[in-house]
Design a protein around this ligand. Structure first.
Ligand SMILES: [Zn+2]
Length: 153
């Protein structure tokens, strides 16, 4: 049911997470002048873990795949439509009964970004600059491995 993922869940590691059926986000990559860039979202201060940088994303509804959830959230929060991107991989952050899935995708075209109220800013960031931003905790934890596995070479 649409929106039925909205709510808090507790994982087996004892954290509280937003998303009753887990959550997903879209890590979008494009070729920039100085190498690959990823699209990051400055989360509005009022959101959960607000005023940090991460990827567009959010709670998965029960009927959705993680890919569908990530693309829906990216459409809502950034104006990205599914046929503008090509999904290239997945990163599963398993929290023992709760999971965040990062959907890695390449931009197929120039994308006109349309931030909604949850996005204080949207910005293309070169890979080396990512760790210098005040990152969302979950994204910060997954970034080194996601970069190594999906964004190198
Ligand atoms: Zn957890």
């Amino acid at each position: 049911m649409r929106g039925d993922g909205n709510g808090w869940a507790r994982c087996g590691l004892g954290h509280r997470h937003w998303g009753r059926f887990g959550a997903a986000g879209l890590l979008l990559v494009r070729a920039g002048a100085d190498g690959p860039e990823v699209l990051l979202q400055h989360r509005a201060a009022w959101t959960s873990d607000g005023d940090t940088w991460g990827v567009p994303g959010g709670a998965r509804d029960s009927h959705e795949t993680h890919q569908q959830a990530a693309l829906r959230e990216a459409a809502e929060e950034a104006g990205i439509v599914a046929d503008q991107v090509e999904v290239t991989g997945f990163w599963h952050d398993d929290h023992d009964g709760w999971e965040y899935v990062t959907v890695v995708a390449a931009a197929r075209t120039e994308i006109a970004l349309r931030p909604n109220a949850e996005s204080a800013d949207l910005r293309w960031v070169v890979l080396d600059a990512v760790p210098g931003l005040p990152l969302h905790g979950g994204f910060a934890a997954s970034w080194p491995r996601v970069r190594e596995i999906h964004l190198s070479g």
